[in-house]
Ligand binder design. Structure first.
Ligand SMILES: [Zn+2]
Length: 143
């Protein structure tokens, strides 16, 4: 639908918009999946708690058998499977985004360019990391 409009923009603008829309739709997609995972996880936790209560009361009455719980246990397994699938989906969205946007490479490059610039101790001239409080060589207070 936006094909014509996009043609008015320069290449870089076009790419920026594409990146933005990919990011926006992905984060929306991801937050939906995350919410789904969260609610499934809550379900599973509640079901496990319920089963625990049930096992306990069955055991109290001497009626405990795994058979009577198998339906619920199966349901829990299905939910856990679903959580796993959703997590895999999340990971694949990240992979896809990284493939489209090159964000991983960009992020790595960025990290590299911001990476520790060496500073020199004003006292003895030896290099220290920006986070260092004292010079490792002479103990001079750096911050
Ligand atoms: Zn020093």
């Amino acid at each position: 639908m936006a094909g014509d409009a996009f043609q008015k923009f320069g290449d870089s603008m076009n790419r920026a918009i594409t990146k933005l829309s990919v990011k926006t739709s992905s984060s929306f997609e991801k937050s939906k999946i995350k919410m789904h995972i969260e609610s499934l996880t809550k379900d599973v936790q509640k079901m496990l708690t319920d089963i625990g209560e049930e096992v306990y009361s069955l055991w109290l009455n001497g009626e405990y058998s795994v058979q009577s719980l198998s339906e619920k246990l199966e349901e829990i397994r299905q939910k856990k499977d679903e959580i796993e699938q959703l997590s895999a989906e999340l990971a694949s969205i990240d992979d896809r985004d990284n493939a489209i946007l090159g964000t991983k490479a960009e992020a790595e490059q960025k990290a590299e360019s911001v990476a520790p610039q060496k500073m020199c101790c004003p006292n003895c001239g030896s290099e220290y990391e920006p986070a260092a409080k004292f010079c490792r060589k002479c103990g001079y207070k750096l911050q």
